[in-house]
Design a protein around this ligand. Structure first.
Ligand code: ADP
Ligand code: MG
Length: 222
């Protein structure tokens, strides 16, 4: 579904990613980890098409992508309502949302435990509440490829577990391919997932079990 071939990204003289090579198969659940500033966000921005590589090739064969950026557009003066933000996640919008779309929005608001916020303006929401809204926007079009850049950073711990369960359900039942950037694997990892450790290039790419060995050897400090 995704192929990176000899991908390099530099800003001026500064190399952010060099010689990145990997593949993602349909139905994979991939966690991307690595230190701050190691290029994780850059890596997924390439995937979404927000950034072009300085050199190399990227192939993505997804029909519908859902993306949650790391930096949310949550400045003051964000007059859109929760419903409007979520509606913008649909592939096609009409002047007035259809009954069916409204039901989908309401179901997701229930699932994410924020039905009472439906008509609120985004600017009055807490960081965690805003993050839930943007998550719904990423999920509502039922993407075959879901890209989440630190989606739980503002979520309370009690909700995180529920959220990851939801992701694993999507992967299991709908065969959604999931690329998940995180700095904390503890809640996120379940069986059959893959881990990629990025630090300017890919230092590790494999199963969670073998990632333990990699960490033990301390290779990422080398
Ligand atoms: P991570 O998500 O792993 O924390 P990023 O991909 O956001 O890392 O950033 C990697 C490095 O690239 C950082 O040093 C960051 O400052 C730099 N960087 C990211 N975007 C730009 C840009 N548009 N211009 C210049 N430098 C950038
Ligand atoms: Mg980042």
């Amino acid at each position: 579904m995704i192929t990176y071939e000899n991908v390099n990204v530099s800003f001026g003289k500064f190399n952010v990613l060099s010689q990145v090579n990997f593949e993602i198969q349909p139905g994979d659940f991939l966690h991307i980890v690595g230190p701050n500033g190691s290029g994780k966000t850059t890596l997924v921005k390439l995937l979404v098409g927000l950034l072009k590589p300085t050199s190399g090739n990227i192939t993505v064969t997804s029909h519908r992508m859902g993306y949650l950026p790391q930096k949310l557009n949550t400045k003051q003066n964000f007059p859109m309502t929760v419903r409007e933000v979520i509606y913008s996640g649909f592939e096609k919008q009409k002047l007035i949302p259809s009954k069916e779309d409204c039901k989908k929005i309401n179901d997701w608001l229930e699932k994410m435990e924020i039905p009472h916020l439906s008509k609120k303006s985004m600017q009055y929401l807490s960081g965690g509440q805003q993050q839930r809204v943007f998550l719904i926007r990423a999920l509502i079009s039922e993407p075959d490829l879901l890209i989440l850049d630190e989606p739980t950073s503002a979520l309370d711990p009690s909700f995180r577990e529920k959220f990851y369960q939801l992701l694993y359900d999507l992967q299991q039942r709908k065969k959604t391919t999931i690329v998940h950037v995180t700095h904390d694997l503890t809640d996120a990892v379940k069986k059959d997932c893959r881990i990629m450790y990025v630090d300017q290039t890919i230092r590790f790419n494999g199963t969670y079990e073998s990632f333990h060995e990699f960490e033990h050897r301390g290779h990422h400090h080398a």
